[in-house]
Ligand binder design. Structure first.
Ligand code: SF4
Length: 698
């Protein structure tokens, strides 16, 4: 450990939803080391991002002054930051001028065209308090529910299925319960890359002899530890999962007593899965029938089984159906509501759980309470003192479409980078360029900033105080370790400044005040006081009594649905929206790399992480590369019906034949130029995991 430091700060990792607790060592206002702490999610462990990715906060590229777009600056969809000087497009401004300009632009659109002409994207990287304030500003100040964030691009379909099936979008048990389980099923997730510390628990459990079933269209390192590694045909999730359910029903492996006491819809499910025998589905999903039977028996007959899933399940036009099948596996076998069992969608960003809980989504107030329910709305109107919009708002991709249609004219974007993260990126950038007024609040000049009229330089994770909720429902405190650079300001202060300039009349003395108001409208935070969190650093919600421990395992006595039962919803077999053909013969899938986080805004400015993965790649199986007479290291062109990009060709045995994988973090090879914006009808999540593509040597 570094010995020469001025102070140590106890905080949490700013990257993934695992929520590792960290000790940040600071010398001369610079972070010199990050170490793991003994938090409940990491027990001193850290991955490469948590340990070495801290220097982004001290990057010379940080925004330090408010910026205003020059009157003569171009505002085009294809504006490319790599070939522009910042001073050609923006001029520095005082805070007063920037805040006034931002507020007056948004207010005049609201006053002339109504609140529905505005929208806001908040951030899952920010704290719970920032998420709460942001959605309150949009609902109370803008007068619309057009507020969303990156959950729409990751687990929106999982949450839709969970709310419908078990009445709660949160996980039923922490990932550390893998250690108490007899059978761990990981599907459509690559925890070794995306939740590395969680993956250590899965490997540890496997080493102790627990069954580990890993199911994914791409092979992965975790499969080396698995008792059942299963690679299947991309897009055939429902076929595979219904085949497992078929075996459970046909071989009577279900828990009749549990179903009778707790579950509805079993007869409809039994009827639906009749035609999905493993023998019939084997060819569809590319898995031998006997393997499917073995997996079903292993999962169903274990004393305690638990399911983890990720974007491979959720980012499909049938993403909600995929999650419905996973819920059906757990409910029919009674593998829920006990330690070592349950349903756990592995959350991506560090605070995507908390931001969603805090209401940063268009259809729900905080705590997933419907904006369309008159009684709930009346309650929130009493707290916020304004008449609120009775209609659910638009989601991320719908907002982009509404801009093109002229219905949305102004936006406030805090900490999100839709110019890189949204599907069909050129379409999304054209929308941003079309806005009459765009205010962006961020720590770097992201791809989205280049379309802004006003840019607020904001606070990095290491500079702020706030709470973050990890994938395990553990609410944890992040503490400031660094001073703000230049004139940058705290995100929460900027939201308040903007709110008060458009007539909200807010007064908060600090983050504790915001937390107190948020907790007063969220029953899930009962007994989680600001004081307790500061003292204990981490509390799992829900807590049943004052001073009590959080309930790590929920659904122990039924479900929080109206009839207290879990609901089975059978799923049909639907093809992906766009399947390969002669012109576009490959399947394109996108995702993340271990070293880079989402659109790369932070990790590409971290020296260690960027040195390991420095340039945009496209990965294909060596056999596919040979078949296409390509050479590893070639620059190739990858094209879909939406556009083309160039990337360095990498050989990767994990990628299936007929497939190309591109991480979406590289702005020089932006994968989302290629992706299909078609939405899952329930969760409104785009089909990032599957579209038709072609490759050619440049
Ligand atoms: Fe941070 Fe996630 Fe790595 Fe933990 S596993 S150190 S939370 S990136």
């Amino acid at each position: 450990a570094v010995k020469d430091f001025d102070c140590e700060v106890a905080s949490v990792c700013p990257f993934c939803g695992v929520g590792c607790q960290i000790t940040v060592r600071v010398k001369d206002d610079r972070i010199v080391q990050v170490d793991g702490r003994n938090g409940p999610a990491n027990e001193n462990r850290l991955c490469v991002k948590g340990r070495f990715g801290f220097d982004y906060a001290m990057s010379k590229e940080r925004l330090t002054k408010p910026l205003i777009r020059r009157d003569d600056a171009p505002k085009a969809a294809d504006i490319d930051m790599r070939f522009m000087e910042v001073s050609d497009v923006f001029r520095e401004a005082s805070w007063e001028e920037a805040l006034d300009r931002a507020a007056s632009g948004l207010a005049s659109i609201r006053d002339e065209h109504g609140g529905g002409a505005l929208a806001g994207f908040g951030s899952a990287k920010g704290s719970n308090e920032e998420a709460y304030l942001f959605q309150k500003l949009v609902r109370q100040g803008f007068g619309t529910n057009n507020v969303d964030h990156c959950t729409r691009l990751c687990h929106a379909s999982s949450v839709a299925a969970l709310l419908e099936g078990v009445g709660s979008g949160a996980v039923s048990a922490p990932f550390t319960d893998a250690m108490k389980s007899d059978c761990i099923l990981v599907i459509g997730a690559r925890p070794g890359q995306n939740h590395p510390v969680a993956a250590t628990y899965f490997k540890q459990a496997a080493k102790q002899g627990k069954k580990l079933i890993v199911i994914d269209p791409r092979r992965q390192e975790l499969m080396r530890h698995a008792s059942h590694p299963v690679q299947f045909t991309p897009g055939s999730d429902v076929a595979l999962l219904n085949a497992l359910l078929h075996v459970i029903v046909e071989e009577k492996l279900y828990d009749e007593q549990y179903i009778q006491a707790n579950v509805s819809g079993f007869e409809a499910l039994r009827e639906k899965v009749k035609d999905f025998s493993p023998e019939a589905m084997s060819e569809v999903c590319g898995v031998p029938a006997e393997t499917l039977r073995d997996v079903a028996r292993t999962y169903a007959t274990a004393e305690r089984s638990i399911i983890f899933w990720g974007m491979g399940i959720s980012q499909h036009t049938h993403g909600t159906d995929n999650s419905r099948c996973l819920i059906a596996l757990a409910l029919t076998t009674g593998h829920v509501g006990r330690p070592g069992t349950g349903l756990h969608p592995l959350r991506g960003q560090n605070n995507v759980q908390g931001a969603s809980d805090a209401g940063l989504i268009p259809m729900f107030f905080p705590d997933y309470r419907s904006v369309e329910a008159a009684d709930i709305r009346a309650e929130m109107q009493d707290v916020w003192g304004r008449t609120l919009d009775p209609k659910r708002g638009l989601t991320v991709v719908e907002i982009v479409d509404a801009i093109h249609e002229g219905a949305i004219r102004g936006m406030y974007i805090m900490g999100e980078n839709p110019a890189m993260s949204d599907p069909d990126q050129l379409h999304a950038r054209a929308a941003l360029a079309k806005l009459d007024h765009l205010v962006v609040q961020d720590i770097f000049l992201t791809e989205t900033c280049w379309h802004a009229d006003v840019i607020f330089p904001a606070s990095a994770h290491a500079e702020k105080l706030g709470t973050y909720t990890n994938t395990n429902r553990q609410v944890q405190i992040g503490r400031p370790a660094l001073p703000l650079p230049g004139d940058a300001r705290q995100d929460w202060e900027l939201i308040v400044e903007l709110a008060n300039r458009i007539g909200c009349g807010w007064s908060y003395r600090g983050v504790g005040d915001i937390y107190a108001e948020m907790a007063s409208v969220m029953r899930s935070l009962d007994h989680l006081t600001w004081e307790r969190l500061n003292e204990e650093d981490c509390i799992t919600y829900p807590v049943s009594e004052p001073g009590g421990f959080g309930n790590e395992v929920i659904f122990t006595e039924g479900f929080p649905t109206k009839d207290k039962r879990g609901h089975l919803v059978p799923a049909d077999l639907l093809p992906p929206d766009e399947v390969p053909d002669e012109e576009f013969p490959l399947v394109l899938t996108t995702g993340r790399l271990l070293e880079h986080w989402h659109t790369g805004a932070m990790t590409r400015r971290s020296d260690v992480l960027n040195a390991i993965e420095p340039e945009g790649i496209a990965a294909m199986n060596p056999a596919e590369i040979a078949r296409r007479r390509l050479t590893v290291g070639d620059m190739i062109e990858v094209g879909t019906r939406r556009g083309t990009i160039t990337a360095l060709l990498r050989a990767d045995r994990d990628v299936a034949d007929g497939m190309v994988f591109i991480p979406f973090c590289f702005n020089e090879a932006p994968a989302n130029v290629l992706t299909n914006p078609q939405l899952d009808p329930f969760g409104k999540i785009p089909e990032f995991k599957y579209c038709a593509a072609r490759v050619a040597k440049l």
